[in-house]
Design a protein around this ligand. Structure first.
Ligand code: MN
Ligand code: MN
Ligand code: ZN
Length: 279
């Protein structure tokens, strides 16, 4: 099984690999820079060399690593300036992944800010297509969303409609977030429900396009649209459901990434251990 969590790059980007190894990860996710700002300092040759050599000496498969887009970009925004900035950031992040040898970049689909889904989806596809034209092997992964107000891509049907319009196809894939799916109304509480939910996902999006699984339990209940991640087995999805998802992903060799909280109950070490136990 390939499993790990989102790890910090604090200090320098190669520290991410140390953090992953320390947590006994066989997969991991990073932000390539501060996720809360627009600005990103260029990666130096030294940053890139250090990251790559540490990854090589670790036992972690490069193909089980991914980066996540920063928080500010909104690819569905109706504001022209914000849209341009968002697309430029996406392109930049794709290029940074290429520099680091990271194969996947996870992105959210954005918010139309109340101006309607149709326009939001049009802009989103335009922006993604532009980033898909960059000359490298990085695959942009569309992440299903929790279904917050005005957000795009919480239903598998809509996610599939968007995904199927993206070209070239080999530059795009999807990331399935269990918390987001559950709070968007897809049941994942039993093995039977997990299979039903993934059947529906397969129908619209295609399991073969699923490259990374974000394994998070949900603080809220099914359909609440609340994007609050929780410790594995202790949230709305529960132990039975999380176990079934882990087995589903393992059978298909899909890397599992945890984005679970760190608090008095558990940290990343404990959640990763739990996931291995469930498997
Ligand atoms: Mn995400
Ligand atoms: Mn996620
Ligand atoms: Zn989330």
């Amino acid at each position: 099984m390939k499993i790990g969590c989102h790890v910090s790059i604090s200090g320098s980007i190669d520290k991410a690999v140390d953090n992953a190894v320390e947590r006994e990860c066989s997969a991991f996710q990073i932000f390539t820079r501060n996720p809360r700002g627009w600005h990103a300092k260029e990666l130096t040759d030294e940053d890139i060399a250090n990251f790559k050599s540490k990854l090589k000496t670790s036992k972690i498969d490069r193909l089980a690593t991914c980066a996540h887009m920063p928080y500010l970009p909104n690819l569905a925004t109706p504001k022209d300036e914000g849209f341009e900035k968002s697309v430029q950031t996406l392109i930049k992040e794709v290029e940074r992944c290429a520099q680091l040898g990271i194969p996947y970049l996870v992105t959210h689909l954005g918010s139309h800010l109340g101006t309607g889904e149709e326009g939001g989806i049009k802009r989103l596809i335009k922006g993604l297509t532009k980033a898909g034209k960059t000359k490298n092997d990085v695959v942009i992964l569309l992440e299903n969303t929790a279904g917050q107000k005005n957000s795009v891509g919480s239903s598998f049907k809509q996610l599939g409609e968007i995904f199927n319009q993206l070209k070239p196809a080999k530059k795009f894939g999807v990331c399935f977030d269990t918390c987001h799916a559950f709070v968007a109304g897809y049941d994942l509480r039993t093995e039977e429900k997990v299979n039903e939910t993934f059947d529906e996902f397969d129908k619209y999006v295609g399991i073969k396009n699923l490259k990374i699984l974000h394994l998070n339990d949900a603080k809220g209940d099914i359909g609440c649209n609340l994007d609050r991640h929780y410790h594995l087995g202790l949230g709305g999805i529960g132990e039975k459901g999380i176990t079934a998802v882990v087995k589903f992903a393992n059978k298909r060799k899909i890397p599992i990434i945890l984005e679970t909280p760190i608090d008095d109950d558990r940290d990343d070490f404990k959640n990763i251990k739990k996931a291995k136990e469930f498997a």
